[in-house]
Design a protein around this ligand. Structure first.
Ligand SMILES: [Zn+2]
Length: 407
């Protein structure tokens, strides 16, 4: 048993904060939550005094690339260093992410299932990991590894990270099954280009047709996997919604078609805007990337405002990896700048994020019966969400009731 007492509780549901909370953790789960005059808990070495601090549910990043370490071609293709160095680098990022208060991360491509095993076995410390393995797209899509010169990636496929290129209904089903065989918890696909994709395949250029996407979603859902779909604008956006994806990743130009955001609200489709990566791209050295990121900025912010007004759940994802691994909680700050209240932005990284992952009965809120994933921070994130970005302010992290980090 662990008893956390004295902290101000922000429970992840959007409820007002509760002062002087006492949280009892038993067998990895939250046993009880009381506040104020319940008398002091029994004296025990299991009591942790968190007076003056704030306790939140463990934070959740819904879109990360933990095994990516730069956008440069040599890095992306695995040419710049041995696999061993890269694996150790990835392990370091996973450990730092947990230490930053993130107890669950959904990886949107590039992380093989071996890292999930390594965390589960305790070989490394890390968040609870959900991985998509690799991005599925057709020839020319963002999952197709082709250089600007038109050459295909020279590095042989790693069997733990199978190729994600699929064309036609049958091949799409085959590749979805291949990802699941390799350990995918979620299926990641792309129906448009992006800001950083090759010149000629931009944010509004489509990939996949409707039949292919329906087959992809059908196969994923039949095997109990949610579908997270990269799409920025143009016909690819409508197509993924019609196909029934569970979350739209980026969605920058959703504001252009007035029917799309109401469709998302009706279907319960989540929006993962990943503002952090576009702030980075807007200063990119590559002119076509910089131009795309600056052109979409106002649409992106408008999309978030309209989505929130329509009741679409907007959740936090950094799309970290290509742009390095800055504090994941930067996304919470950007969501506030985009118009969410600090409480809503915290929900976007806790309660709503858990719903997006389909884990709303397990994590994302400090409620009796949920897994005891807790983060204790020195400061008031409702007054300034940036306190969540400083590692030294993250004083305590519990995952499944175990103390993982204590400062
Ligand atoms: Zn991504």
């Amino acid at each position: 048993m662990t008893i956390l007492r004295g902290a101000t509780l922000i429970d992840g549901t959007g409820a007002p904060p509760v002062r002087d909370a006492t949280i009892v953790v038993q067998d990895g789960r939250i046993e009880s939550i009381t506040s104020g005059a319940g008398g002091p808990p029994p004296a025990s070495r299991d009591v942790i005094d968190a007076s003056g601090l704030t306790v939140l549910p463990g934070l959740i990043d819904c879109h990360d690339h933990l095994a990516s370490h730069g956008y440069e071609l040599t890095t992306r293709w695995g040419l710049s260093e041995p696999f061993s160095t890269r694996s150790v680098r990835t392990s370091r990022v996973i450990e730092q992410t947990l230490a930053a208060g993130y107890t669950t991360v959904r990886d949107a491509g590039g992380l093989d299932a071996g890292f999930r095993t390594a965390v589960a076995e305790g070989l490394i410390k890390g968040p609870r990991l959900l991985t998509a393995i690799a991005i599925i797209s057709p020839i020319g899509g963002i999952g197709d590894r082709v250089s600007p010169s038109g050459h295909e990636c020279v590095v042989p496929d790693d069997p733990a990270l199978p190729a994600g290129v699929a064309n036609g209904v049958e091949e799409v089903r085959r590749v979805v099954r291949t990802m699941i065989r390799a350990g995918a918890d979620v299926i990641k696909c792309a129906t448009t280009g992006g800001a950083s994709s090759r010149a000629g395949h931009g944010p509004s250029d489509p990939a996949f047709n409707l039949d292919e996407m329906r087959a992809l979603v059908d196969e994923a859902h039949a095997q109990g996997r949610k579908v997270m779909c990269h799409a920025l604008g143009g016909s690819g956006l409508r197509l993924e919604l019609e196909a029934g994806v569970d979350s739209i990743e980026h969605g920058c130009y959703l504001d252009e078609d007035p029917e799309l955001i109401p469709m998302m609200a009706e279907r319960g489709t989540f929006l993962v805007p990943t503002l952090t990566v576009y702030v980075y791209h807007s200063e990119s050295k590559a002119p076509h990337v910089r131009e795309r990121a600056r052109a979409l900025r106002e649409h992106h912010l408008n999309t978030i405002r309209r989505a929130m007004a329509a009741g679409v759940k907007v959740v936090a994802g950094t799309d970290a990896g290509g742009h390095g691994h800055p504090p994941n909680a930067m996304e919470i700050e950007y969501l506030v700048a985009a118009g969410l209240t600090p409480m809503q932005a915290i929900q976007a990284a806790t309660g709503w994020a858990a719903e997006c992952l389909g884990l709303e009965h397990q994590i994302g809120a400090i409620e009796k019966g949920r897994r005891a994933d807790l983060v204790v921070v020195d400061g008031d994130p409702l007054a300034d969400v940036r306190v969540l970005q400083s590692p030294e302010r993250i004083r305590l992290v519990l995952k499944d009731g175990r103390v993982e980090v204590r400062r």
